[in-house]
Design a protein around this ligand. Structure first.
Ligand code: FES
Ligand code: FES
Length: 155
């Protein structure tokens, strides 16, 4: 039997009917059509499904939607304001840090959590923060440069 819950996503409260074992990833993508959050391994190993829960990166493929009630959920869809990309999104575009783009939403949300807590991280701290986000295309160099550029601007 479905259960009706409320989730606060990118500042908006959404009513959604779920099964109690639905993951947050399933609810975002399938119930709410928010396909910016990517599904890849479904095992908590690649970081593609990363969203922020109360400001901290979590694997939405391992998070039950029901456990996200009453918490602030942030997805990639919430970052751009009006027609303006978030500085991290813009920096990834400007520096060619995106190829297939599959890792990008998770990578950007993980970076956002890092910079929100530590606006001027070292390269080592950046690399450590994104170590759970796998990119099979870029080799990470441009991703790290893109994050560093935003950190330097904010510092
Ligand atoms: S899809 Fe969730 S960690 Fe890979
Ligand atoms: S850009 Fe393709 S996986 Fe990162």
């Amino acid at each position: 039997m479905k259960q009706l819950i409320q989730l606060k996503i990118n500042g908006q409260v959404r009513d959604v009917a779920i099964d109690t074992n639905d993951t947050l990833l399933e609810v975002l993508r399938e119930n709410l059509g928010m396909t910016g959050t990517k599904e890849a391994c479904d095992l908590g190993e690649c970081g593609a499904c990363t969203v922020l829960l109360d400001g901290r990166p979590v694997h939405s493929c391992l998070t039950l939607a029901i456990r996200a009630q009453g918490r602030e959920i942030e997805t990639i869809e919430g970052l751009a304001q009006n027609d303006n990309l978030h500085p991290l999104q813009q920096s990834f575009v400007d520096r060619g840090a995106i190829q297939c783009g599959y890792c990008t939403p998770g990578m950007i949300l993980t970076s956002k959590a890092l910079l929100d807590g530590n606006p001027s991280p070292t390269e080592h701290e950046i690399r450590r923060a994104i170590s759970g986000n796998i990119c099979r295309c870029t080799g990470y160099v441009k991703i790290v440069e893109a994050i560093k550029a935003v950190a330097e601007k904010e510092a």
